[in-house]
Design a protein around this ligand. Structure first.
Ligand code: PLP
Length: 390
């Protein structure tokens, strides 16, 4: 099937979080939401059909997993990410953020330290801080074009009596746009193993890697790492089914798996419609993914040179992974509040505030490119006109 990702779909009738500031279908000049990390694209045809068939079936009593679900996830990890798992390692705990919170509760005690690499997706910090644990910031280092891990700083975090117990890794990295290389991940996991530190690897963006970049899942870092890690992922970014909260966790070690799964006792996990969607994504939607990737790379072809040339002094690097562009606005020399209000009030562009991604995010904004290109074109025109008139 051929998909048209360039067409605008009015998402207001179904309470889109991203579009919730708008009160009418988009008209030129209205606020453009380029923040929340979902896409504005229709989901694969197979997903719509699976949900329609279930709606027509009409009996919505308690359920288990749809037939073939665990095999489908196993198959996806094998086909796309070259990782052989055992289906018994899987669980379906609703959203990835819920799993981050659960992992922090299950494997650390109040007051203990958890490492995150900022600038990073804000709920990483929330899962630690809001549950009474302490954040051990390990800021990514930046050479002006590319972010990398600061291994020396990471080692220094372990040179204290109260060593961090866990790292939450974002792979690929939201918002730095990096697809970590096997060498980087190997170095990282060696340090974690030496210090008996658990790895929680959030790989929700793992199918969205661009150009020559290839994702390397933490599951391929060898048997020792497998015994000390939790991998979290979902079809939600890849196929735009985030509203259905059908993520999954892969925990090879039985003891860790039981401790993790116990956190969900008594709570509702992924619902059946979400699981049907996940099954349809992973078994019948490869054509969608290929076409969407091509469309998003086309968006980068437009927006990255536009930012660097037409919107200078703003700067951006083409992401290696994720549909999120991390825009360096520091040369504008605005206070963060002033910067965000310039985008929102003056330009009517709703973007993510870089400062919410940790101390290393000040001076940046995050731009979501999983949208019809016309919105990116309109956003660039607005910023360009405003910069010229300053
Ligand atoms: C790194 C990362 N993890 C988790 C999530 C959200 O996951 P979920 O909606 O399954 O809770 C996002 C969404 O932007 C994300 O970027």
């Amino acid at each position: 099937m051929i998909y048209d990702f360039s067409c605008y779909i009015d998402r207001l009738p179904y309470a889109s979080s991203k579009w919730n500031m708008n009160t009418r279908p988009y008209q030129k000049g209205d606020m453009i939401p380029l923040w929340v990390a979902d896409s504005d694209f229709t989901s694969p045809e197979a997903v719509k059909k699976a949900i329609r068939d279930y709606a027509d079936f009409g009996v919505f009593g308690y359920t288990g997993n749809p037939h073939g679900l665990t095999a489908a996830v196993k198959g996806w990890l094998q086909r796309k990410h070259h990782w052989e798992i055992d289906e018994s390692w899987l669980s379906f705990p609703g959203g990835v953020v819920a799993s981050l919170f659960a992992a922090v509760r299950a494997f650390t005690a109040p007051g203990e330290k958890v490492i995150i690499n900022d600038p990073v997706y804000p709920p990483f910090a929330a899962a630690i801080r809001e549950q009474g644990r302490e954040i051990a910031w390990n800021p990514l280092s930046y050479d002006g074009t590319r972010f990398t891990f600061d291994f020396a700083h990471l080692r220094s975090l372990f040179a204290t009596a109260d060593k961090p117990k866990m790292m939450i890794l974002c792979s690929p990295h939201n918002a730095a746009g990096r697809v970590w290389t096997p060498e980087e991940l190997k170095n990282l996991s060696d340090i974690l193993l030496e210090n008996d530190c658990l790895l929680v690897s959030d790989e929700i963006h793992f199918d969205l890697v661009w150009d020559e970049h290839e994702h390397f899942t933490a599951g391929r870092l060898g048997p020792k790492v497998m015994e000390k890690m939790i991998m979290l992922s979902s079809a939600s970014k890849t196929f735009n089914v985030a509203g259905m909260h059908a993520s999954y966790a892969v925990v090879p070690n039985e003891e860790l798996r039981n401790a993790f799964n116990r956190q969900f006792t008594g709570s509702t996990q992924s619902n059946f419609i979400g699981k049907l969607a996940l099954l349809a994504c992973y078994t019948e939607s490869d054509d969608y993914l290929e076409q969407m990737k091509a469309y998003i790379m086309g968006n980068f072809d437009f927006v990255i040179p536009a930012i660097n040339q037409r919107l200078a002094p703003l700067k951006a690097t083409r992401p290696e992974g994720t549909y999120l562009v991390w825009v360096d606005c520091r040369a504008l020399q605005m206070e963060q509040k002033e910067l965000m209000s310039w985008f929102l009030e003056d330009l009517k562009l709703r973007l993510n505030d870089g400062a919410t991604f940790g101390p290393a995010g000040t001076g940046y904004i995050r731009l979501n490119c999983a949208t019809p290109r016309m919105f990116l074109e309109e956003a660039v025109e607005r910023i360009e006109a405003n910069l010229k008139s300053r």
